[in-house]
Design a protein around this ligand. Sequence first.
Ligand code: ATP
Length: 291
Amino acid sequence: MTTPDPKDAAMTHPAPPLITTAVRLSADDGVAHEPVLTLKDISVFYGDYEAVRGVDMAMAGNQITALIGPSGCGKSTVLRSLNRMNDLIPGARVAGTIAYHGQSLYAREVDPIELRRRIGMVFQKPNPFPKSIYDNIAYGPRVTGMKVTNMNDLVEQALRDAALWDEVKDKLKQSALALSGGQQQRLCIARTIAVRPEVILMDEPCSALDPIATGKIEDLMINLAADYTIVIVTHNMQQAARVSHRTAFFTAEVDEAGVRHGRLVEYEATNKLFTNPNHKQTEDYITGRFG
Ligand SMILES: Nc1ncnc2c1ncn2[C@@H]1O[C@H](COP(=O)(O)OP(=O)(O)OP(=O)(O)O)[C@@H](O)[C@H]1O
């Protein structure tokens, strides 16, 4: 598959790294992985409401990190903060530091459009454009002004990487809206891949899909982790256990004033978190006693 051009490094004007990448993470493979994203004391506000409080964690390169926890604990809020999708919500604000390869995501000189090309997002409900399958893939490279020698090759490669090519190669000019839900979601993944991101954020990408389509997306995620860093929000603990290398368990806690804030309870290698969690809250959640 195609890999990003190392010369294509101009996300921002040159700026010194704010956080060193000294942290190294190891998952079940026992191998240390450099973090791609590092969160330091992250709180996310909607207006005056602090939805998520004091999150410290790092996401390793070429790994799948799952964010799990009960409804309203702030998983999607944290996910959206990783490519500044929260910028699009009036009143939303992030405090603390999120570094992408040591560079603050929220620094003034960062171009959020270029950032979202590098850190792409796949949503809960498949959202293809009302265009042909081909144009759904070609759209991103065209609007971002990517230098493309052969668009047909790029479209084919993205669809192959998203395990969709064989199903659609004879109907590339047909509407994407005529595909099944599972095919539409793989198309959305292909569309994300087409602009050559490094990180793919997925917000409950299988919740609208049946078990067969879900299995295909899970297999795809595992394959994509060879080339991409993936962060997934899921309500499905079995899915987190099946696909992810590391899992973060969030919960919502009520403060003295009676206000709920999302908090990271535990972040561990997935196997460890599901078999031998450090915290009782995690154990209660994964055994179904809570949440
Ligand atoms: N756009 C918004 N404006 C105001 N409050 C919001 C907004 N989005 C989320 N919140 C609040 O922030 C908190 C965390 O929500 P979030 O959607 O991140 O949780 P979640 O863990 O992803 O939940 P779920 O699993 O139900 O999707 C909730 O109290 C929610 O009501």
